[in-house]
Design a binder for this molecule. Structure first.
Ligand code: NAD
Ligand code: ZN
Length: 379
C-alpha cells in the first residue's frame, strides 16, 4: 500500500534539550511539498556536528529537534515539481545543497549554493519555514535540512544525491559528510601529485579521510600530526607513514616538518579546528609550490596570523567547504570510486548500533572511541 500523500507515523530520536540523551518517540512525518522528497532512512551515522548541536554549547539551543545528517536511504515519495528523483531511488541526504540555478551552482569553481548552503539555525523547510515533523500536532525542529535520526525524513530535492542502487547504504552513508569533506579536501583542493609529500594535521575521521585522499593520489610520504598519540596506531591503517606530535618538540611543529622534509611538505591539509594547527599547516609547506588547505572549523574569535613573506615566497593557503563537492553533481561519482575499490570506506566504520541504542553512538564519540558509528534504523 502506498504511503504517498499521507502522514507517516514512525520512530524518531528526539533531542528534547541540550546534552540529554535522545528519546525514541513516535512522530508524524508530513508528505513532501513542492521541491521536497520524503526518504526512508536505512542507515545513519554520527558526526561531531550532531554532537556540537546536541550539546549546544556556544550554539543557539534549538529544541526539540531531530538531529542527524550522515545517512543513506530510499525515496518513499516526492513532492510537486520533483522530476529527477522517484520512489525507490537510493539516495544520500546532504547537509548542504545544490539548487543548480544560483551563481555558485552555475560556477564550476564553487559548491556554496546561495539557496541551500548549510544553515545551522534553520529549523523548518525552505518552502514555508514549517516543520514536517510533529508529535501530537506540536512541531519538532529540523536540523541541517536532513534530520536523519528518523525512520522517515523530508529533505529539499537540492540536498539529495541520487546514487548507484547497488552501493551498500550501510557503508556509503558516511560519504554524506565527514569522509567526503576530508577526501575532497585532498583530491579536489590540495591536489597532490604522484610522489609528493602530504602532511595531515588532526587524525580524526576527517583527517584520516584526507589521508585516504593522499594515499589514492599516490603520495610518497603521509605525515600525520596530532597532539593525541593514541591516534597514531589507528592512522597506520590509513597509509600514514610518519607521525609528529607537536608536544614532543620544544620548537614549532612547522620547523620540525620543514627539517624532516628538506624544505617543507608539498601539500598539507588541516583537520583540527585549532588556529595554531592552521598556522603550522600553512607555514610547513614548501616555498615555491606548497599548498595548504584548511578544513577545521575555528573558534569564533580566532585570527590567522602569519608573515606575508610566506605568501610572497609562493606558499598557497586555501580553505574548503565539504571538500569542494557539489552534492548532487559530484557525490554519485565518489560512491562509484568506492564501488570500484579506488576509495576505502569500511575502515572508517568502527562501530554499529541499532537505532534503539542511538545514545551509545553519542557515548562512543564523547569518549573519543572509534571513527564512525553506523546506526541501523531497522533495529
Ligand atoms: P576530531 O576531533 O575527531 O579530530 C581532530 C583531531 O585534531 C584530534 O585527534 C585532535 O587531537 C587533533 N588536534 C587538535 N588540536 C591539534 C593541534 N593543535 N595540532 C595537531 N592536532 C590537533 O574531529 P573530526 O571529526 O575529524 O573533524 C575535524 C575538523 O573538521 C573539525 O574542526 C570539524 O569541525 C571540521 N569539519 C569541517 C568541515 C568543512 O566542510 N570545512 C566539515 C566537517 C568537519
Ligand atoms: Zn545554488
Amino acid at each position: 500500500m502506498s504511503t504517498a500523500g499521507q502522514v507517516i507515523r514512525c520512530r524518531a530520536a528526539v533531542a528534547w534539550e541540550s546534552g540529554k540523551p535522545l528519546s525514541i518517540e513516535e512522530v508524524e512525518v508530513a508528505p513532501p511539498q513542492k521541491d521536497e522528497v520524503r526518504i526512508k532512512i536505512l542507515f545513519t551515522s554520527l558526526c561531531h556536528t550532531d554532537v556540537y548541536f546536541w550539546d549546544a554549547k556556544g550554539q543557539n539551543p534549538l529544541f526539540p529537534r531531530i538531529l542527524g545528517h550522515e545517512a543513506g536511504g530510499i525515496v518513499e515519495s516526492v513532492g510537486e515539481g520533483v522530476t529527477d528523483l522517484k520512489p525507490g531511488d537510493h539516495v544520500l541526504p546532504i547537509f548542504t545543497g545544490e539548487c543548480k540555478e544560483c551563481p555558485h551552482c552555475l560556477s564550476e569553481e564553487s559548491n556554496m549554493c546561495d539557496l541551500l548552503r548549510i544553515n545551522t539555525d534553520r529549523v523548518g523547510m525552505i518552502n514555508d519555514g514549517k516543520s514536517r515533523f510533529s508529535i501530537n500536532g506540536k512541531p519538532i525542529y529540523h536540523f541541517l535540512g536532513t534530520s536523519t535520526f528518523s525512520e522517515y525524513t523530508v529533505v529539499h530535492v537540492g540536498q539529495v544525491a541520487k546514487i548507484n542502487p547497488h552501493a551498500p547504504l550501510d557503508k556509503v552513508c558516511v560519504l554524506s559528510c565527514g569522509m567526503s569533506t576530508g577526501f575532497g579536501a585532498t583530491v579536489n583542493v590540495a591536489k597532490p601529485k604522484k610522489g609528493q609529500s602530504v602532511a595531515i594535521f588532526g587524525l580524526g575521521a576527517v583527517g584520516l579521510a584526507a589521508a585516504e585522499g593522499a594515499r589514492v593520489s599516490g603520495a610518497s610520504r603521509i605525515i600525520g600530526v596530532d597532539l593525541n598519540p593514541s591516534r597514531f596506531e589507528q592512522a597506520k591503517k590509513f597509509g600514514v607513514t610518519e607521525f609528529v606530535n607537536p608536544k614532543d618538540y620544544n620548537k614549532p611543529v612547522q620547523e620540525v616538518i620543514v627539517e624532516m622534509t628538506g624544505g617543507g611538505v608539498d601539500r598539507s591539509v588541516e583537520c583540527t579546528g585549532s588556529i595554531q594547527a592552521m598556522i603550522s599547516a600553512f607555514e610547513c609547506v614548501h616555498d615555491g609550490w606548497g599548498v595548504a588547505v584548511l578544513v577545521g572549523v575555528p573558534n569564533k574569535d580566532d585570527e590567522f596570523k602569519t608573515h606575508p613573506v610566506n605568501l610572497l615566497n609562493e606558499k598557497t593557503l586555501k580553505g574548503t567547504f565539504f571538500g569542494n563537492y557539489k552534492p548532487r553533481s559530484d557525490i554519485p561519482a565518489v560512491v562509484e570510486k568506492y564501488m570500484n575499490k579506488e576509495l576505502e570506506l569500511d575502515k572508517f566504520i568502527t562501530h554499529t548500533v541499532p537505532f534503539s541504542e542511538i545514545n551509545k553512538a553519542f557515548e562512543l564519540m564523547l569518549a573519543g572511541e572509534g571513527l564512525r558509528c553506523v546506526i541501523r534504523m531497522d533495529a
